[in-house]
Design a protein around this ligand. Structure first.
Ligand code: SAH
Length: 344
């Protein structure tokens, strides 16, 4: 356990149990949310710092790369046990979106993804997921009372719904009015489609933007790149999305990476139209970021626009997702690998 895993009240209970006055809890909470390291805290007595040392978060930013093209920043975070994950900060007209990780590695095994090459190493705790936001907020000159980040996407390494309890707690912490108070409406949770967990998310009262990594228009094609397709069918995923929409009123987003010769045909577009027509949703078509360990090739940007046009003709809402910060690292998930190999 680290103190960042806990709510304000839980931190207060923690200090009271240690025989300390309750207001110390608020001070510790403020320090954590201001992204301070233990040695940057000046308003707490030495013996108290000693007392909480073992539980105070020790995550940190160990590398930051900023794109000269568009100001996108890529971060490498390191945790207490030496494990690292990456995050990306993107500048949009409406604000700043931070992409963060929920696991070190991933066990979903998608063939196009770099995060899964070495399997799952471990889950991140709620506080370790939160810490990525707090560190970047501080790096931008912000703090608890001055939030610089407007949107969050859980699209870094890991499968959020494979780490459900910790991700659920993170969502509560980040949207709490005690903390950074980021509305769940401004948070996207991206999943390869762990169907029962989508129902849990809806039933537990969350209303984040549910984003599904679909990447295929039928189960046979999906099975070729995504092992999870052997477990849950596209129809089951769509049914769960409909349930989520009914509960939350939130439009569901589908991510569709366009892979040359695999899922980029006109027949695929038509199949998608047929399947998604009844659901209130949006489709993000993404050129594949080629991963050097894999043989899959991307469709061109032009082909992505053509694919979107086909979907729009079928009255689906669709756009080509912008790619950002291309000059500072390769594909999604590859920054971590470069760092581990000592290349950056
Ligand atoms: N496990 C979650 C979140 C992490 S992946 C999920 O599956 O959604 C975040 C997004 O990046 C997903 O849509 C994923 O499919 C996509 N992605 C992964 N590798 C990619 C690549 N090489 N090129 C383009 N998009 C990729």
């Amino acid at each position: 356990m680290i103190l960042a895993d806990l709510s304000l009240q839980e931190i207060e209970d923690f200090v009271v149990k240690k025989g300390l006055p309750k207001f110390r809890g608020r001070q510790i909470f403020d320090a954590i949310y201001n992204g301070k390291g233990l040695n940057e805290i000046s308003n707490l007595p030495k013996n108290l710092l000693e007392e909480i040392k073992a539980f105070y978060p020790k995550y940190e930013i160990v590398k930051k790369l900023v794109s000269k093209e568009d100001g996108t920043a890529k971060y490498i975070f390191r945790f207490d046990d030496g494990n690292i994950v990456e995050g990306v900060l993107m500048n949009y007209k409406y604000g700043k979106t931070l992409c963060i990780s929920t696991q070190v590695g991933c066990r979903m095994g998608c063939k196009f993804c770099a995060s899964t090459l070495k399997g799952l190493i471990r889950n991140l705790s709620a506080g370790e997921i939160l810490g990525q936001v707090l560190l970047v907020n501080k790096d931008l000159g912000g703090g608890l009372k001055d939030r610089k980040i407007t949107n969050i996407v859980l699209m870094g390494s890991g499968e959020p719904l494979d780490n459900y309890e910790n991700v659920a707690m993170f969502l509560k912490l980040i949207s709490s009015s005690d903390g950074l108070n980021i509305s769940q409406r401004n948070i996207s949770l991206s999943t390869c489609g762990l169907v029962p967990k989508i129902y849990n998310l809806a039933d537990d009262g969350f209303n984040v933007t549910l984003t599904i990594s679909l990447h295929a228009s039928n189960d046979e094609v999906r099975k070729q790149t995504m092992p999870i397709a052997n477990r849950y069918s596209i129809d089951e995923i769509i049914e769960a999305c409909q349930y989520y929409f009914n509960k939350t009123g939130r439009r569901v987003v589908f991510e569709y990476t366009l892979i040359k010769g695999l899922n980029d045909g006109k027949d695929c577009a038509n199949e998608l139209i047929k399947r998604l027509k009844k659901l209130t949703c949006h489709i993000n078509v993404i050129p594949l970021n080629e991963v050097k360990e894999r043989k899959l090739k991307s469709a061109t940007r032009k082909e992505c626009y053509e694919f979107v046009e086909l979907l729009e003709k079928g009255e689906l809402s669709a756009t080509v997702r912008r790619t950002m910060g291309e000059d500072i690292a390769g594909a999604c998930g590859q920054l971590r690998n470069s760092y581990l190999e000592g290349k950056i």
